[in-house]
Design a protein around this ligand. Structure first.
Ligand SMILES: Cc1cc2nc3c(=O)[nH]c(=O)nc-3n(C[C@H](O)[C@H](O)[C@H](O)COP(=O)(O)OP(=O)(O)OC[C@H]3O[C@@H](n4cnc5c(N)ncnc54)[C@H](O)[C@@H]3O)c2cc1C
Length: 500
């Protein structure tokens, strides 16, 4: 182990993707970063089917080579029975789509990569106690027979789902449990299988090492005492999985709770939760790792702003806003997906609960959970009235000589945004045709941009923009704004639709 600094800027607990992603960004920003991991690596870890967005994140971290391992599986097609019981939907393989990795290998490679960037790792080791001190946090650590103390201005808790105490969790979805086992691949298939059944749903997926995993998700009350007989009973009811029923039993049957939760007090005095220690998601979307890493990128910005100005309220507010955004958008997406399953009309416990879930924080009331409840229980649609977009081909031709103005339905609101790795306040555009308040469009800041072009003729705007951002980007931005009615001709807006 390298000589440790007297005080770390940031000390991270847990070397999963969330902790390592935050560490890489903070090291890039010039901070001293330490980490403690309780397991010796490589260690087994579930969560190997990574969503396509993971590629951008690894590229951003300059670590995309870590995904280029010949043992990882790519371009996996899927067979799905979801909306219609009788119909199998064949989802084709997407080139450069998701990737199935060996998490024990990927996490170890990412750890080694982060150490090469300057991370101080203490492994295997455990945190005995964390005391809030004048300078931040004093951590008492045990590593084998050694005991020592470390100081850090900030602690990031990235201990994952298993490292989070039950009393810290607040459920954000109905209870769910996963039961799974593996079979040899040569006797199964190399595509994913997904099927909804009355008591839940099943997911089959190849995993590295010539194995195929079959996993069921059910309500805990439907789970029999013997998880093997439960697995077999559910599999027998399916179309896609029943051919494998005779292969079950050769490998261990595993079970774990997959109830989605959020930490009730995730930013507590410079002791900050990230990844699955902050929030866990329904496995339906297979985006757990991507969302955990994406949130870590945002947290790194909050920490950078905090370390520069510890008295500013913005880092904690920004952090909570992003955490709530992740949880709420995923919860609404998941509820919609469950609602679309053929089984949502069956009156079974699993589906009834999932299509009607409302968050109730009365037993877990904190400032944070109250904020979350407010966002969670709104319908998730920012604006209700959407106008049909104008066809793209028509736009520039039709409006080339017109004077345009910002739509009378547009308003602006001050929001948090990111600039040069810090949190800043910016004006965001709100409009019925935008799903969320937008500060930037294609890296152009909208507020000054719109102020500048308001009342000008389209051809002169394009000519002017051409000198700074080039003709193609100028046209693209204007087409988007005109097509979505964010910019309108300088007449009554009704006339706009009259042209179509
Ligand atoms: C059944 C199931 C299936 C899933 N499938 C998918 C999937 O297909 N795709 C996907 O993207 N996601 C999936 N997920 C979610 C995915 O596993 C997580 O999103 C991801 O692992 C979270 O990363 P993390 O860094 O927050 O936590 P983890 O990956 O759990 O890492 C936490 C680290 O902290 C260490 N640690 C724990 N306690 C301590 C302690 N006290 N001291 C020090 N270190 C400690 C652990 O050893 C571990 O290394 C699944 C989850 C479940 C439960």
């Amino acid at each position: 182990m390298k000589r440790l600094p007297e005080i770390f800027d940031v000390f991270i607990l847990g070397a999963g993707p969330a902790g390592l992603c935050a560490a890489i960004r903070l090291l890039e920003m010039g901070y001293t970063v330490g980490m403690l991991e309780q397991e010796q690596f490589p260690r087994p870890q579930i969560g190997e089917s990574l969503s396509p967005g993971i590629r951008n994140i690894f590229e951003y971290l300059n670590a995309k080579h870590l995904l280029e391992d010949p043992t990882y599986l790519e371009n996996c097609a899927a067979k799905v029975i979801w909306e219609n019981k009788e119909q199998v939907y064949n989802r084709p393989a997407q080139i450069k789509g998701g990737i199935i990795v060996d998490r024990s290998k990927l996490d170890q490679d990412l750890l080694e990569f982060t150490v090469s960037k300057g991370l101080h790792i203490i492994q295997p080791a455990k945190l005995k106690q964390a005391l809030n001190s004048e300078n931040g946090w004093l951590l008492e650590i045990t590593a084998g027979l050694d005991e020592f103390k470390i100081s850090s201005k900030i602690v990031l808790d990235a201990k994952g789902r298993k490292g989070t105490l039950l009393k810290e969790r607040m459920s954000i979805a109905p209870s769910a449990v996963a039961v799974w086992t593996h079979i040899e691949t040569n006797s199964a298939c190399n595509e994913a299988l997904i099927e909804a059944v009355e008591e839940g749903w099943l997911w089959g997926s190849p995993v590295c090492g010539n194995r195929y995993r079959i996993m069921t998700f059910t309500d805990p009350i439907a789970l029999k005492k013997n998880s093997e007989s439960h697995l077999l009973e559910v599999i027998r009811k399916t179309k896609l999985f029943s051919p494998f029923v005779n292969k079950i039993g050769g490998e261990a049957i595993e079970t774990c709770s997959v109830t989605s939760f959020v930490n009730q007090n995730p930013w507590n005095n410079g002791f900050i939760k990230i990844g699955e220690a902050a929030f866990t998601l329904d496995p339906l979307s297979s985006t757990g790792v991507e969302k955990a890493m994406r949130f870590s990128l945002q947290v790194a910005i909050a920490i950078n702003t905090y370390l520069k100005d510890p008295d500013s309220p913005h880092p904690k507010d920004f952090y909570e806003e992003k955490l709530i955004e992740s949880v709420v958008s995923h919860a609404h997406w998941t509820a919609d997906y469950y609602r679309n399953a053929w089984t949502s009309n069956e009156k079974t416990e699993f589906w009834t609960k999932r299509t009607n879930f409302q968050l109730d924080v009365s037993k877990n009331e904190t400032d944070f959970t109250l904020k979350l409840e407010k966002e969670f229980n709104t319908n998730g649609i920012l604006f209700e009235k959407k106008q049909e977009p104008i066809p793209v081909d028509f736009i520039l031709y039709r409006f080339w000589n017109e004077e345009i103005v910002v739509s009378p339905h547009a308003t602006f609101k001050t929001v948090y945004a990111i600039s040069k790795d810090s949190i800043v306040l910016k004006e965001a555009l709100l409009h019925p045709n935008l799903e969320r308040p937008s500060v930037y469009l294609d890296q152009i800041e909208l507020f000054p941009f719109l102020k500048n072009i308001n009342g000008k003729v389209v051809s002169s705007i394009v000519a002017h923009l051409n000198t700074t951002i080039g003709i193609e980007k100028s046209k693209k931005i204007l087409v988007f704004l005109l097509s979505n009615h964010l910019l309108v001709v300088d007449k009554k807006e009704q006339e706009f639709n009259h042209y179509l």
